[in-house]
Design a protein around this ligand. Structure first.
Ligand code: 6PG
Length: 232
């Protein structure tokens, strides 16, 4: 059964986004004594991560497992690295323990990095008797072309229906990316799209209307809930 996304338009984007994420964290930890969250990259989430680090000093970070929905194929200190952005805004200020962070190794061969990351997720899933690793919450952004994670229009990764983590060559960027596939994304309990006020309202409406030309419109967890947090 496909659930309809919840749309929250707010002029307190950072506060409301951070509040939503912390609420999900506390709920997951009270129910399952862990919180599995996949971070999104790009620019929009940086201020939200910084707010979380500032507000949640009391959080039992050792119960949280951070994964990444996608990563650029660059070293972790590269300005393009999503890991670098998360480390600067969240991991360092909140003193998140190393063992709570699963970094996609953007600095090695993309296929190897994707395979390695998927194997890490699969090992945890198997430990918990899960067929596919189930995230409590996956954060996603929205690109101006309707991409999400690194699932760009017209790229091979859109068609992947088996593997969970793939290397995806993006011609428009002339670059490789590592990304979750739709099967992994659509297995999450909760999805939160973080969309800043600068994003085109027409694009947002098109995605919300389910226009399949936009990869973001194909995020549709069978049993999960989708929330759109849109800055005004
Ligand atoms: C990435 C992101 C990507 C991002 C969108 C929006 O690695 O770039 O995961 O999917 O969320 O491109 O990016 P902005 O937040 O910078 O607009």
């Amino acid at each position: 059964m496909e659930t309809h996304p919840r749309v929250v338009r707010t002029n307190n984007f950072i506060g409301d986004a951070a509040g939503f994420i912390l609420k999900q964290a506390r709920k997951a930890m009270s129910e399952r004594n862990e919180f599995r969250i996949a971070l999104s990259g790009g620019n929009t989430p940086a201020s939200v991560y910084a707010r979380i680090a500032a507000e949640a000093r009391d959080l039992p970070w050792q119960l949280i497992r951070f994964t990444f929905g996608d990563e650029r194929c660059v070293p972790p200190d590269d300005p393009q690295s999503n890991f670098r952005m998360a480390r600067k805004n969240l991991f360092v200020p909140a003193a998140v323990p190393e063992k709570s962070i699963m970094r996609m190794r953007g600095e090695i061969d993309p296929q190897t990095a994707a395979h390695e990351y998927q194997a890490q997720l699969d090992a945890i899933a198997t430990e918990h008797g899960e067929r596919i690793y189930q995230h409590d919450l996956i954060l996603l952004g929205l690109g101006d072309d309707g991409h999400t994670a690194s699932l760009f229009p017209g790229t091979a990764a859109l068609e992947e229906m088996t593997r969970r983590v793939i290397a995806n060559f993006v011609p428009k960027l002339n670059a490789w990316r590592l990304t979750f596939s739709f099967p992994l994304i659509n297995h999450a309990r909760q999805i939160l799209f973080l969309v800043g006020a600068s994003k085109s309202p027409r694009l947002i409406e098109g995605v919300l209307a389910g226009d399949q030309q936009f990869p973001a419109a194909r995020v549709n967890p069978a049993a999960g809930e989708v929330t759109w947090m849109i800055g005004e």
